[in-house]
Design a protein around this ligand. Structure first.
Ligand SMILES: [Zn+2]
Length: 130
């Protein structure tokens, strides 16, 4: 019957199209995964180069230049981290001074002598030696 042949043909075509779409998605996923792999390997190359630079090995001038840039960033990061530690220390010190003066450093409420927690906001307050 001619109509049945047509229906079968159509079903076959739909099936082929669906398989093609699955295959298409698989290939795209594989490409993405391999590109990620390449990026990871590039990072390994960079780490290996930087390791050699730190060990004092002679490198291509272009690579040495890039390694120097990394070192400058590392120094800059270390300096910023030092500033952060100092700021945190200053903040902690100010909170402690306020608590020692009898006031909660968080809400400003009056503290009860020797109480470890603020009676108003309930937060722990640190005093000398804690
Ligand atoms: Zn409080």
């Amino acid at each position: 019957m001619d109509i049945m042949n047509k229906v079968n043909e159509l079903a076959q075509a739909v099936g082929d199209k669906a398989n093609e779409l699955v295959e298409y998605g698989k290939l795209n996923a594989q490409i993405l995964s391999e590109n990620n792999e390449i990026d990871a390997i590039k990072k390994q190359i960079g780490d290996a180069c930087f390791g050699k630079y730190r060990a004092g090995d002679a490198l291509d001038p272009e690579l040495e230049d890039l390694c120097r840039k990394i070192e400058r960033h590392k120094k800059s990061i270390a300096e910023k981290q030092r500033q952060l530690r100092q700021m945190k220390g200053d903040t902690d010190g100010a909170k402690q001074r306020q608590a020692e003066n009898g006031f909660c450093p968080y809400c400003g409420g009056e503290l009860v002598e020797d109480a470890a927690f603020c009676p108003r906001c309930g937060r722990k307050v640190f005093r000398d030696g804690e």
